[in-house]
Design a protein around this ligand. Sequence first.
Ligand code: SF4
Length: 367
Amino acid sequence: MFQSPLPQEYLGLSPEVLHDRITQARKVLGRRLVILGHHYQRDEIIQYADYRGDSYKLAKEGAALADAEFIIFCGVHFMAESADILAQPGQKVILPNLSAGCSMADMANIFQVRACWKALEKAGIADVTVPVTYINSAANLKAFVGENGGSVCTSSNCPAVLKWAVAQGEKILFFPDQHLGRNTALAMGYTLEEMVVWDPNADDNFGGNTVEALKAAKFILWKGHCSVHGRFTVKQIELARQKYPTVRVVVHPECRQEVVAAADDYGSTEKIQKLIRESPNGSIWAVGTEINQVNRLAEEQKEFDKIVFCLDPIVCPCSTMYRIAPPFLLWVLDNLVEGNVVNEIVVPDEIAFDAIKALNRMIEIAG
Ligand code: SF4
């Protein structure tokens, strides 16, 4: 989505002025407002979050806040869409910067997914295929999945959702993150030979596969990935182990398969936090996930003599999350104080109707 430039008066404000004005506007809005902050947000933003969490926890938390009229979602676009779908009637969800998208979510669009489904129909396998979309996807893809008997999943409940899906049909079409799909299927005991990759940009009509290969596959994995988690390597893990022989390595399941295999453990943002927080004092952790979250954990766990560091020494933050900057937050708050709602995220009813089926199916399966 297109974000118009901020008014001149918001440019060049000092951090102190921004902080004072944001604090003042929040006071004025009081309980009419709730701010949700994703773990990957920078410190200058996360400090204002009433609730912190991963994408699903935040969407659910937003939905539970029946008395908040405005939900400012400091995250990326697909998260604000999920929050709007799950919101109470009358609640308004606001994304401070409309250009805060997710490069992975953008790797699958509704036209490509429909074309893929048509190809599966042509191959005679669509009716035995269950579509599953990662929560990191546009609302219309969640609606597609809801309409076709599938489910949404998150990085924490992906094993439960895939277990459910394999009991429903003969095949799974998983999008947009091939790595989450592959890592989860391997952990369930499936082999690489049972998986094919669907390339939406392939020259042929079958995503770069033969019809025979599609028919033989159990998992059809969309060729999408996260640019942040794709940076982690086995070499980095080896270097961490050389430097700290007792280090424990934990990575996110959006990392490549060989990285997950070389780590001691893997899991969602919430699981990574839990593992590190519950580890004995003095533990050493090398972490393969977004830098803001790792740095906060490192700071928080210092008092227990734990060393927590990011596997990639030159890792950059998620650039799309980073677009939520304090001047944008102040701008949306000032508008709310003046009675204007800007940057509202509204999922059209016809899309929300099917998308909620897929989200509710996930909740039924995984809680
Ligand atoms: S970390 Fe990766 S998956 Fe998460 S919002 Fe950024 S680009 Fe998307």
